[in-house]
Ligand binder design. Structure first.
Ligand code: FES
Length: 68
């Protein structure tokens, strides 16, 4: 499913980038900007921001729950 129509950024790409950041053990929260950079994209209009944020938050929670 495409979350960002400007960049054709998919849900699976956002989830993979989120997991990649979490795998590094970074202490900071996973930011949408970092996910976009990891996916080789840049934010254009920003209309997708709430959907991207929700996907990051939900996937980070699932990864953390699975890790415990
Ligand atoms: S829809 Fe994502 S930047 Fe435009």
């Amino acid at each position: 499913m495409i979350l960002c129509s400007c960049n054709r950024l998919t849900c699976s790409e956002v989830r993979a980038a989120t997991a990649q950041v979490l795998d590094t053990g970074a202490a900071e929260e996973v930011s949408p900007g970092r996910v976009f950079r990891l996916c080789g994209r840049t934010v254009c209009c920003g209309a997708c921001s709430s959907l991207i944020n929700r996907t990051i938050t939900d996937h980070a929670a699932a990864v953390r729950a699975g890790a415990s």
